[in-house]
Design a protein around this ligand. Sequence first.
Ligand SMILES: [Fe+2]
Length: 189
Amino acid sequence: MSRILAESGNADGSFRSNPPQGTCLYGITIPPTGGDTLFVNQYLALEKMPPELRKRIDGKRAVHSAKNAYAPTGFYGTGDKGRSMDIRPSDDAQATQTHPIIHKHPETGRECLFGTAGYIIGIEGMDQAAGWDLVSEIYRWQTRPEFQYRHKWQKDMLLMWDNRCTLHMATGGYAGHDRLLHRTTIGAA
Ligand SMILES: [Fe+2]
């Protein structure tokens, strides 16, 4: 995950038809300061959501796509050079996929918000401007500090999280230091 998109928060692979269940990160080189990962509880974000906002998203589906990130014309496309991560731009990234904004977690059966602005590029059945306004409003709500947990890394620490009910966000603050983590994505069943 490239840093700028990662810092805006995301659910990994939400643009896929069958998004990953979870993600693992293993800390190899941890900088002395910065580089925390924020997790945002999407059960809580939905539970505490003002009824007026919830009413406007109930039953709606978000349009997800990787095109703003990984398509050749996207932010990390062919014009983007010099990143340490090997990101391969692809026309496949132009594809879109819809998912309910409020989904039921397949294991817990509890409802929560799924995905966020970044991979979400609009709302099905709404024009682009109105849809984006709503996506932005959801983003501002679902990433509020009271729903967040800040994870501080140590070397050899393995973290696993459920991609279906959380968002995660990278933070910077370690300029001049190396930071290396290995990621494994847990595929959908
Ligand atoms: Fe990610």
